[in-house]
Design a protein around this ligand. Structure first.
Ligand code: RUB
Length: 325
């Protein structure tokens, strides 16, 4: 990724490492909604710490540009937007009230605060969610979600005798990361292809997945295929749990906006040159309606999907002064 702004072009400097983090998010070297959010906060911190700006206005401009580069990487995980909006909220007011060092200090503190709270939230929701896992459960999970795995690992560490079935998650096969991580942890795990979900559902006690975005009506946006899992689970009367920190709730769905679903390069599915003239589609996420979700596990507690609106309302303060509303 080439540098998009430079002093030599009369613009402001976005630090190379920030561009590098954005590139890694775009190419999925950094992936998973939580990790993306923490990396974006870390990028803004780096931008401020290494900035050569000579005044407050210049720093604000740099931050706006760094923010745009980060936000343009992947559209679906609202954790990314929530992270950068949290760090840069009320920036103009902050800039008017502080000198350059004061502003830098405040932005760095916010970024560190976000990262720390994000890590703690995962631990906390792992603990809360683990209480819903019973001894002897077989759990089906999809893709690789650090939050779903926090629930599973915590339950296992409590001595519960559990087993996991993990889907492959075509086309990028993040399911293999799940398999690697859980087997290192000593948790019995079976790998299946995505299309085998309904075949195995009779062996499953609970479905546990993560989320990239949760809408105000409780619909959950997560890795493509999640809605199939939830539908098959619903049919078989198997419970579906979603494990997600409260910053995965999507503020603009409160005002009726839809979550943008990322469509990635068809080359991830198959070499398009093999099928000239054939359209190949590669949506990376899908929407599971609230009717197919039994519980959402957050760091603040467990809620039914219908209570998503309330979680978002509580967040107003967090995003006040950001450009969401
Ligand atoms: C990852 C994915 C994960 C959520 C939640 O998609 O859909 O289930 O991001 O992850 P991708 P976490 O691999 O395309 O980023 O619980 O770790 O935040």
């Amino acid at each position: 990724m080439g540098k998009r702004w430079g002093k030599e072009k009369g613009g402001f400097m976005v630090i190379d490492e920030v561009e590098d983090i954005a590139h890694k998010i775009e190419t999925m070297e950094i992936r998973g909604a939580g990790k993306i959010a923490r990396s974006a906060a870390r990028a803004l911190k780096i931008q401020v710490e290494r900035s050569e700006s000579s005044d407050v206005e210049e720093l604000v401009d740099e931050l706006e540009k760094a923010k745009k580069i980060l936000m343009d990487t992947r559209p679906t995980a609202v954790s990314l937007a929530n992270s950068v909006n949290f760090v840069t909220r009320n920036i103009k007011i902050l800039a008017a009230e502080n000198d350059l060092d004061g502003l830098k200090e405040k932005i760095v503190a916010r970024a560190e605060d976000f990262i720390e709270k994000s890590e703690k939230s995962r631990e906390k929701l792992g603990e809360i969610g683990s209480r819903r896992i019973s001894d002897g459960d077989t759990i089906l999970t999809h893709c690789h979600s650090t939050n779903a795995l926090a629930v599973i690992k915590t339950a296992y560490e409590q001595g519960k005798d559990i087993q996991v079935i993990a889907t492959e998650a075509r086309p990028r096969q993040q399911g293999l990361i799940t398999v690697e991580e859980l087997s290192k942890h000593g948790i019995p795990i079976t790998l299946i292809v995505d299309s085998a979900v309904r075949f195995f559902m009779k062996e499953v006690d609970k479905v546990v997945v993560g989320a990239d975005s949760i809408a105000a009506n409780g619909a959950v946006v997560n890795k493509i295929g999640t809605s199939q899992l939830a539908l098959a689970a619903h049919e078989a009367r198997v419970l579906t749990f979603v494990a997600a920190e409260s910053y995965k709730f999507h503020p603009s769905t409160l005002v009726g906006e839809l979550v943008e679903i990322e469509e990635r390069d068809p080359g991830e599915v198959v070499d398009p040159e093999r099928f000239p003239g054939v359209e190949i589609r590669n949506p990376a996420f899908d929407v599971t309606p609230p009717e197919y979700i039994d519980l959402i596990i957050t760091e603040k507690g467990i809620i039914p999907p219908e209570a998503a609106y309330g979680v978002l309302q509580e967040q107003f303060e967090m995003f006040e002064g950001s450009d969401i509303f």
